[in-house]
Design a protein around this ligand. Structure first.
Ligand SMILES: Cc1cc2nc3c(=O)[nH]c(=O)nc-3n(C[C@H](O)[C@H](O)[C@H](O)COP(=O)(O)OP(=O)(O)OC[C@H]3O[C@@H](n4cnc5c(N)ncnc54)[C@H](O)[C@@H]3O)c2cc1C
Length: 405
């Protein structure tokens, strides 16, 4: 395996690093101030549209998109270092049109969408004109086992009718969010992995209600994580993605890249936290010594660097495997890095907050917000325990090929 950056990747890295220094970091406080001044936690600050225009002008647009028809066509291995750089700031991914859940939704539409669905939804998503959300999790069932998903999607003439509740649906409070990809049951009598389908539901569809936005540790994220209610929500039958019963197959295709993108961004966030930790430890003195000179702090710094190098290598290996042997063959690696990266990031951000003293918990630094976000990644796209189950099952089957639980 060769993890050296390709020439193309290096070119994008240099351009992206310059964009971060010249546009993203100086505008983080502007974004925050515009958000606060609006009095609406879900306001879309004007500076974001300026950043999007600038990113596009610099050719830093849709970097995640692996299909040349729709974007630069970078491999997972080439995209990994770029996602890491964007992960250093909470506003960079949106500026480059590389935010979850749109990336996964665009990938699904590119792979499975009809011409009509692509014209209607993929094109404006690729152009950054609209945003989207992915609605699977439900308050009434344990959704880490997707076979539990109970939302009904029933055929009625030329339409499908949706009934049920969803929650934690990220992106739905963004003023540009115009469409959901919704997972639900079209055939409760089919074998468990053929019961679910995915269907497009426009935000404006009658019968779809945004009930509330859920806070994360008290933070109200601008894009929102919402509870939704579907009451006899009727959409054209042509909104189904691929065929009835393909919901699981589509999820598998979507989640591999989505999960590894989160991990890449987590590494970027952890790198920034370590940088802040070191600068703070070098600049403050207690009991006659700089904090950086304390052996326990040096131990934290060294452990952080060791952990970061380990998770970066595992991320790159996973990306390489996805590119070379496919997402299915990389399933163990995808699960492993999905557990490892947010946990490493959380440890490093926690140490950085501690070294900042009380200030570390404020919003004068990005650390507290980073911590809250990384903590969600131990649940979103599958809890740690479920990924560990995947890894352990494969390990046990090496010794007992018939192992079942
Ligand atoms: C900030 C945030 C954003 C999210 N965004 C979205 C989104 O956009 N769209 C969407 O559909 N969902 C989203 N989610 C939901 C997320 O994907 C689910 O919360 C997750 O899949 C777990 O489902 P659950 O909450 O129903 O937990 P449950 O399924 O009830 O599980 C609860 C706990 O049980 C334990 N557990 C479960 N299975 C096992 C096992 N096999 N072995 C051991 N322990 C186990 C785990 O500790 C798990 O955390 C988001 C969540 C958060 C926090």
């Amino acid at each position: 395996m060769d993890f050296a950056f390709s020439d193309r990747c290096n070119e994008y890295r240099e351009k992206l690093l310059a964009f971060m220094d010249e546009c993203i970091y100086p505008n983080e406080s502007v974004y925050h101030e515009q958000l606060i001044a609006s009095g609406n936690p879900h306001h879309h600050p004007a500076v974001m549209e300026e950043l999007k225009a600038e990113a596009r002008k610099r050719g830093l647009w849709n970097l995640f998109q692996p299909h040349e028809e729709w974007g630069p066509g970078l491999s997972n291995l080439e995209y990994a270092p770029l996602a890491e750089i964007m992960g250093r700031s909470s506003i960079a991914s949106e500026a480059c049109n590389c935010s979850a859940p749109d990336t996964g939704n665009m990938e699904v539409l590119a792979m499975f969408g009809t011409h009509e669905q692509k014209d209607m939804w993929l094109r404006p998503l690729l152009d950054g004109e609209i945003r989207s959300a992915f609605a699977m999790t439900e308050p009434d069932v344990a959704s880490s086992d997707a076979t539990n998903i109970a939302m009904r999607i029933e055929r009625d003439g030329d339409d499908y009718v949706l009934n049920g509740r969803k929650w934690w649906i990220t992106g739905a409070m963004h003023p540009n969010c115009k469409v959901f990809i919704v997972m639900g049951k079209t055939d409760p009598k089919a074998p468990p992995h053929r019961q679910q389908s995915q269907i497009l539901v426009a935000m404006s569809t009658p019968g779809l209600t945004v009930v509330r936005a859920l806070p994360v540790f008290g933070y109200v994220d601008p894009e929102g994580h919402v509870e939704l209610r579907f009451d006899n929500c009727r959409v054209p039958a042509s909104n189904i993605i691929a065929d009835e019963g393909d919901g699981f197959a589509i999820s598998q295709a979507r989640l591999g890249p989505g999960r590894i993108h989160h991990c890449m961004r987590s590494i970027g966030a952890a790198e920034r936290a370590l940088e802040l930790l070191c600068k703070r430890a070098l600049s403050r003195t207690t009991f006659g010594k700089r904090i950086a000179e304390r052996s326990n702090i040096m131990d934290w710094i060294a452990e952080s660097r060791i952990d970061l190098e380990m998770v970066r290598l595992l991320t790159l290996k996973t990306a390489w495997m996805m590119d070379n042997v496919g997402n299915k063959a990389a399933a163990v690696e995808i699960s492993a890095i999905k557990v490892a990266a947010p946990n490493v990031a959380l440890r490093i951000i926690d140490r950085a907050m501690q070294v900042h003293g009380a200030g570390g918990l404020s919003d004068d630094w990005p650390l507290a917000q980073m911590y809250a976000h990384q903590r969600t990644l131990r649940l979103a796209d599958g809890p740690d325990e479920v990924h560990k189950m995947t890894i352990a099952r494969r390990e046990l089957r090496r010794h007992d090929p018939d192992f079942r639980m």
